[in-house]
Write a protein that binds this ligand. Structure first.
Ligand code: ADP
Ligand code: MG
Length: 257
């Protein structure tokens, strides 16, 4: 059984077929990429998996369970975390507080025990902090833990966005363009972290990414999409060599010129 299975997934917005018949399966421990020109439907696939968008048709399964009808707030507790292409952090909170908020889905305590400061609450709080400390160490964010998000360089905010998703302690992490806007050095760091997410943390990773060298370095398999439709699925080398994929990118760059 695959960890994540997407079958004939589609969502149409009025006349726009943003995603139109996409199928793929991601195995546990795999690093999987979705590539394609701008507007291909990549972020929309993530929005469908995280149940922000309602599919027009198709099925999504996680650990064999059909999650197509679940609500967005029911997704994180299953162990699916995501980052957003446009960084969704609380700008006027610290790095530490943003990471702690990333653990929100695990809050098993209720309001009454919260205000009474019961031992169970203090224990849970300590466990949350320990998990967050692991993420801070993993992503080398020690120097920024008390910094306000708003004052941080873009590259650091991008890493905190990954940290917020990791803090959940997920099984599956969806990364939407983790390297966009980063320098060559920062992109290299991201590729090491993705490798270690799998190797050290045992995570399964699905990422949307434009940087083909990052994709080739870190990913086992790649799905290419264009105009909401799947073009090719295979190893990074196979997909890059696919004539339909090359034509889609050429069409996109000609269109953009
Ligand atoms: P990308 O591959 O660049 O991430 P997107 O998934 O963001 O592309 O978008 C794919 C297409 O779907 C685009 O044409 C976009 O305008 C459209 N789209 C995405 N979300 C919506 C929405 N909520 N309403 C209408 N159109 C949308
Ligand atoms: Mg996108």
């Amino acid at each position: 059984m695959s960890l994540l299975e997407v079958e004939d997934l589609a969502v149409h917005f009025g006349g726009v077929k943003a995603v139109d018949g996409v199928s793929f399966a991601v195995e546990e421990g795999e690093v999987f990429a979705i590539i394609g020109p701008n507007g291909a439907g990549k972020s929309t696939i993530f929005n469908l998996i995280s149940r922000i968008y309602e599919p027009t048709r198709g099925k999504i399964r996680f650990e064999g369970r059909d999650i197509t009808a679940l609500k967005a707030h029911q997704i994180a507790p299953l162990g699916i975390a995501r980052t957003f292409q446009n960084i969704e952090l609380f700008d006027h909170s610290t790095v530490l507080d943003n990471l702690l908020m990333g653990r929100h889905a695990h809050k098993g305590t209720n309001f009454v025990s919260d205000i009474l400061h019961l031992p169970s609450v203090r224990r849970a709080e300590r466990a949350h902090r320990l998990e967050v400390e692991k993420v801070i160490e993993f992503l080398e964010l020690e120097a920024y833990r008390r910094s306000m998000i708003a004052g941080l360089p873009y590259g650091v905010r991008k890493v905190v966005e990954i940290g917020r998703a990791m803090a959940l302690g997920p099984k599956l992490i969806l990364l939407d363009e983790p390297a966009s806007g980063l320098s060559v050095e920062e992109t290299r760091d991201v590729s090491f972290w993705i490798e270690d997410m799998r190797r050290v943390m045992g995570l399964t990773v699905v990422m949307v990414e434009h940087d083909m060298s990052l994709v080739s370095r870190t990913c086992d398999r790649v799905l290419a999409v264009a105009n909401g439709k799947p073009l090719a699925l295979g190893t990074p080398a196979e997909v890059q060599a696919d004539p339909q994929v090359q034509a889609a990118y050429l069409g996109a760059s000609v269109g953009a010129a």
